[in-house]
Design a protein around this ligand. Structure first.
Ligand SMILES: Nc1ncnc2c1ncn2[C@@H]1O[C@H](COP(=O)(O)OP(=O)(O)OP(=O)(O)O)[C@@H](O)[C@H]1O
Ligand SMILES: [Mg+2]
Length: 467
């Protein structure tokens, strides 16, 4: 809905407001002419109608009644120069949303418009829906992922509930989408709710919706995600985070295929396929009494477990190449691929953030390498100490200096006394080598702060190193 206010009053009644309205990009029209009002309302639907009371003109009351009851303008507010309880009651009985005393204040209107935007569910609720998921590309040759995919494909056409488990970033949502597009519901909506992201009372209204007036701030009724997903798939992400009370309602919704909006008086039938994901061991959670067993069994009809990336062997290389290609295209950078060391590093790394982490690292490496081969150093930057010069400068130059000083690692014998300064330089070089130029990690190894390391490097530069 557009941010459009219709004022039914004389222009003088709102003259003081016009500056604020314009500055805040609120569109508005002012008229008292019935024909004009009709023609405006035929073409546009205002988010708010403000009507000036006219105690001596019964037409005004009829107009309010018509707009509210026949045309369904819920957000119609009457304002008046008279603080009359009787007039207020009259309009409220006719269905006006509120009764305000002149002068109109922009802050009051604005609060209302902001609320209107926030609860304008039709629009923002649909933003969450990926209306059409064309393709889902799932890369992987390892037998564990092949097995998971085969299972997903097999169960996709049925309406069976699927529980996808796996560590963070292993592709749970991707598999959920894959199931959706391979199901009979592919043309229906795919709606995802992250159960961990919302406080419990909000999550409840998000899932089941509410009727106008169900709680303070429920300015109008709002369908829940169950209703929005009707005919399609509802993804309940991080299901373990739903509290016990809400679990009972969820169980009922899944079993009975109907939901109750908050403050609603009758149940609403919903036709959704449920896919849930978890990165916890839900069974253990049940044993600990944190998750209802009956709900667990309802959800776990088809369990799909996604392996962590570190258990997927050479898939890490396949995925890395896939992301390399993707980001090279995205940024228009021709890369020369990965160096052997980089490939080995990827094979050895434990990938706690799984595929998402790999994707992020490759994206960053593509940008940093700027067309050269991707090396380990392009992966090992620490966001908190991003320092580009260390990539190409410090390590090599310091090594040069080390050679000049004839101070190789093998030459250090600890029963031999060497100048502390030299020892320090040597240790700095070693730490940078070990951490592939990462200053944060190097500083940690040296037991000094990054700032101190930086100062020491600056000093070395002053001493003649060409950095
Ligand atoms: N097999 C795969 N092939 C290609 N891309 C993948 C694959 N698996 C995951 N991805 C990509 O990795 C990223 C993380 O995947 P996704 O969001 O599905 O993980 P998740 O398990 O839901 O993570 P979380 O637990 O953090 O919610 C996404 O960008 C996804 O497209
Ligand atoms: Mg996810």
């Amino acid at each position: 809905m557009e941010n459009f206010v219709l004022f039914i009053c004389h222009i003088n009644d709102i003259i003081a407001l016009t500056k604020d309205l314009k500055e805040n990009n609120v569109q508005f029209l002012v008229t008292e002419d019935k024909e004009e009002i009709d023609s405006i309302l035929n073409n546009r639907r205002p988010s708010l109608v403000l009507v000036k009371d006219k105690p001596d003109d019964p037409e005004r009351e009829r107009l309010v009644e018509e707009l509210v009851s026949k045309k369904g303008y819920e957000y119609l507010i009457v304002f008046s120069d008279n603080a009359s309880v009787e007039r207020a009651k009259k309009y409220l009985d006719l269905g006006a949303w509120d009764f305000w005393i002149s002068p109109l204040l922009f802050s009051k209107i604005n609060v209302f418009l902001e609320k209107e935007e926030k609860t304008n569910v039709k629009d923002d609720a649909y933003d969450d829906i990926e209306k059409k998921i064309d393709t889902v590309k799932i890369i992987g040759e390892h037998k564990k992922i092949k097995f998971a995919l085969a299972l997903a494909k097999k169960v996709a056409p049925s309406d069976a509930t699927v529980l996808i488990s796996g560590e963070s970033g292993t592709g749970k949502e991707l598999i959920a989408k894959y199931i959706h597009i391979n199901s009979k519901r592919a043309n229906g909506p795919f709606v995802a709710v992250n159960c961990a992201a919302l406080p419990e009372n909000l999550l409840e209204s998000e899932l089941f919706g509410y009727e106008k007036g169900a709680f303070t701030g429920a300015y109008k009724s709002k369908p829940g995600k169950f209703e929005l997903a009707s005919g399609g798939t509802l993804l309940l992400d991080e299901i373990s985070e739903i509290n016990i009370a809400l679990q009972a309602k969820l169980l009922r919704a899944i079993q009975e295929k109907e939901i109750d909006r908050l403050g609603g008086i009758s149940s609403i039938k919903v036709d959704v396929r449920i896919i849930a994901t978890t990165n916890r061991n839900l069974k253990e959670y049940v044993e600990q009494g944190n998750f209802r067993e009956d709900l667990y069994f309802r959800l776990n009809v088809i369990p799909i477990n996604l392996p962590p990336l570190r258990e997927r062997g050479d898939d890490v290389v396949l995925l890395a190449e896939y992301f390399l290609n993707k980001f090279s295209k995205k940024y228009g950078i021709d890369t020369l691929g990965f160096s052997n060391e980089a490939l080995n590093w990827m094979r050895e790394y434990s990938w706690p953030g799984n595929i998402r982490e790999l994707e992020n690292l490759v994206e960053r490496a593509v940008l940093l390498s700027q067309g050269s081969k991707i090396e380990v150093k392009h992966f090992l930057l620490d966001n908190t100490d991003f320092d580009i010069e260390v990539l190409d400068g410090d390590r090599e130059d310091l090594c040069e200096q080390e050679k000049k000083d004839n101070l190789n690692a093998s030459e250090i014998e600890f029963d031999e006394i060497i100048p502390l300064e030299k020892l320090e330089r040597h240790m700095i070089i070693k730490s940078l080598e070990k951490t592939h130029g990462n200053r944060t990690k190097a500083a940690k190894l040296l037991g000094i702060s990054v700032r101190t390391l930086r100062n020491k490097l600056a000093k070395l530069r002053e001493e003649g190193l060409t950095l």
